[in-house]
Design a protein around this ligand. Structure first.
Ligand code: SAH
Length: 401
């Protein structure tokens, strides 16, 4: 303990090093016995066992239940510029090995805890990087992260989109703005499997785009031939572009957001699609599906990709009811022999539970439902084995009779 005597440190309660031994990167407040040498928000602290044995180096977050997030389990590893360069390099090498840059130039480069950088999300749209710093430690290391990014990605612009609610839990305010090589225009056109898609890094959702649905877009494309498609919660209509690229007859995009639908039209034009094959409908999906039901409308292929229904455990039951309800109505609108692509991006909704909810929806809809394929966040959003929480997006391709 001598070496660390003057450093900010946390000492765990007896027996509370178990999660750490399994490499889980979060230390909860109730696992901590003492805090030494008054660390500030985001400071790096040494983590010691109750017997004073060195366990880890972590970022301290005084107001969060997740009191510390592990940076390293190696006592010799300093949390300096080289540390961030090493982590970014490994993460970027993985993505390069997974995707050909000539075909797909919008990628998640860093998926936070799963890439050993807790609280740090980085998306790369061509030569524009968008950074989200969601934890106190990530926020405190902003200057080092930006410097490391400049080394690993020279000549790239960097924009910060740390305007996410979870920062409140860490005692942090929203932060947005250019961090390096500012641009006049916040828009980038990315390539994905031969499609061109608009990303607005300032006004768009998250970092501007749903990169995580790339593999699902490819799946829709495979199944869309000659289909009359209903794309619910369409956002900027990327599933619509994929469906039409796959030979769909017609797609109806439905979203509440006018701006999202305007971008959907631009995406269609950019891909030289026949605009008569797309209808953009500004509506509440929940109401519109019921209206369609009353009108007896039917579709060959329906996509249901709603926003997160459960933010915390107490909302899980009502989220299940919400998913069941919307899936039931959607199934009733699928022609016999048609398809439903249904998704949940609520991390708390585990895969098996989601499947059960969809199965219950089929019972209530009185329709036969066969699960053809499982979908998940694409491989640039990997899940570290020690961090199952990283698996949040799951989907099912359902054949409906
Ligand atoms: N499927 C999209 C992402 C969907 S994000 C893609 O792959 O790119 C969720 C979208 O649902 C947002 O665009 C939001 O505006 C929309 N939305 C949320 N609640 C809605 C509702 N009740 N009715 C219609 N759209 C809604």
């Amino acid at each position: 303990m001598n070496k660390t005597v003057n450093l900010p440190a946390v000492i765990l309660q007896e027996g509370r090093e178990k999660a750490l031994n399994r490499r889980h990167p979060w230390l909860f407040s109730n696992a901590i016995d003492k805090v030494l040498n008054t660390p500030n928000r985001g400071d790096t602290v040494e983590v010691l066992s109750s017997k004073g044995q060195w366990l880890a180096r972590a970022a301290y977050s005084p107001s969060s239940q997740i009191r510390a997030r592990i940076w390293t389990l190696d006592e010799a590893e300093a949390i300096d510029l080289d540390f961030f360069v090493r982590k970014l390099t490994r993460a970027w090498q993985l993505r390069q090995s997974l995707f050909s840059h000539t075909d797909t130039d919008g990628l998640r480069v860093v998926a936070a805890e799963s890439d050993d950088l807790p609280g740090v999300t980085i998306d790369k749209y061509q030569d524009l990087l968008v950074v989200q710093l969601l934890s106190a430690g990530a926020d405190a290391k902003r200057p080092l992260i930006v410097k490391a990014l400049q080394q690993v990605f020279p000549e790239h612009s960097i924009y910060e989109r740390s305007d996410v609610d979870v920062r409140k839990k860490e005692g942090l305010k929203p932060v947005t703005g250019w961090l390096h090589l500012p641009r006049e225009c916040a828009e980038v056109l990315i390539k994905e499997h031969g499609m061109r898609l608009v990303v607005d890094v300032i006004q768009g959702h998250k970092t501007g785009f749903y990169l995580d649905q790339r593999a699902s877009r490819a799946a829709v494309r495979r199944f869309a031939k000659d289909a009359e498609v209903l794309n619910c919660f369409s956002y900027t209509g990327t599933f619509a572009v994929a469906a039409l690229a796959g030979g769909a007859r017609h797609v109806t995009n439905v979203d509440m957001s006018e701006l999202a639908l305007a971008t959907a039209s631009r995406n269609a034009e950019l891909n030289q699609l026949d605009l008569s094959q797309i209808t953009n409908t500004k509506a509440d999906v929940f109401k519109l599906l019921r209206q369609y039901q009353e009108q007896g409308k039917q579709f060959d292929l329906i996509i249901l990709d709603p926003p997160k229904f459960a933010e915390n455990k107490s909302q899980l039951n009502s989220a299940c009811r919400g998913y069941k309800d919307i899936n039931r109505v959607a199934m009733q609108l699928v022609k016999p022999g048609g398809l439903l692509f249904t998704f949940s991006c609520s991390g708390l909704m585990e895969e098996a539970l989601f499947q059960k909810v969809v199965a219950d929806a089929a019972l209530d809809a009185n329709r036969d439902c066969l699960f053809l394929e499982r979908l998940q966040q694409d491989s640039d959003h990997p899940v570290a084995s020690f961090f199952p929480e990283g698996y949040y997006l799951k989907g099912l391709i359902c054949k409906i009779y």
